[in-house]
Design a protein around this ligand. Structure first.
Ligand code: ATP
Length: 235
């Protein structure tokens, strides 16, 4: 297997003095789905934000597809698709404009066939001319994923894709992730839910107080520790 993302000794101390990450090491293989499981304040968003170049690390290294984010930011960032927690989309824009513009921002040549393919894979093609404000919450989340895939990234980050959504919407999101897996997209998703990690991940990394406590194949982890024990470990 080829690794797509390599994180070494990553630390983050915010200006407040709070150490959000303390020496995180993690390697992600191409094509896998990794669930980053951890309670509130564990450091999940900080980790993703550093990888995406939104937050500056205090120490350590991150490389994506062999490109160091500090030295070769444009190339590294171009390989990443980020689906943030909050739905921040322009209400009066159409779905098609959102994905087309997003691709342009990454300096990629126009490729309508790719955008059509992405929208079809997320059951959004019929909605391409709809304005964002006309869509349901679930559809808006799909638009965020389509936007993140518009520039053909090799790894996709989903930051708590099902936080605060109902069971039906959560199941719908799991199906979307399954579909992306079938297309060979490498996915890292953060979650509070053990059930979510159990349902869709190949490997699970448990993060708490800025440290990775364990990284293990999901099947092995679930066999070794029951859900109950994992729940206790997380709190
Ligand atoms: P959640 O599941 O609630 O989103 P998380 O695992 O994503 O949590 P982070 O948002 O990365 O955790 O936060 C990690 C720690 O760093 C928390 O204690 C948080 O309060 C702190 N933190 C986050 N951003 C900042 C900031 N800009 N300045 C100071 N402290 C921060």
């Amino acid at each position: 297997m080829t690794s797509i993302l390599h994180i070494e000794g990553l630390t983050k101390r915010y200006a407040s003095g709070h150490e959000a990450l303390s020496g995180v090491d993690l390697t992600i293989e191409e094509g896998e789905i990794l669930a980053l499981l951890g309670p509130n304040g564990a450091g999940k968003t900080t980790l993703i934000s550093i990888i995406c170049g939104l937050v500056m690390p205090t120490g350590g290294r991150v490389s994506v597809g062999g490109h160091d984010i500090a030295r070769d930011y444009r190339k590294a960032r171009g390989m990443i698709g980020l689906v943030p927690q909050e739905i921040a989309l322009e209400p009066f824009e159409t779905v098609w404009n959102v994905v087309r513009f997003s691709r342009g921002v990454f300096g990629k040549k126009r490729n309508d066939a790719h955008l059509e393919d992405v929208l079809r894979s997320l059951s959004l093609w019929e909605k391409r001319d709809a304005q964002i404000r006309e869509l349901s919450g679930g559809m808006k989340r799909r638009v965020l994923i389509a936007k993140a895939l518009s520039h053909e990234p090799r790894v996709l980050f989903l930051d708590e894709p099902t936080a605060g959504v109902d069971v039906e919407l959560r199941r719908g999101m799991w199906e979307v992730v399954e579909g992306l897996r079938a297309r060979g997209v490498t996915i890292i998703l953060t979650t509070h839910y053990i059930e979510e990690a159990e349902e869709i991940a190949d490997r699970v990394a448990v993060i708490s107080k800025g440290q990775i406590l364990l990284v293990e194949e999901k099947a092995r982890l679930m066999a070794r520790m029951g859900r109950k024990e994992l729940r206790i470990e997380l709190h």
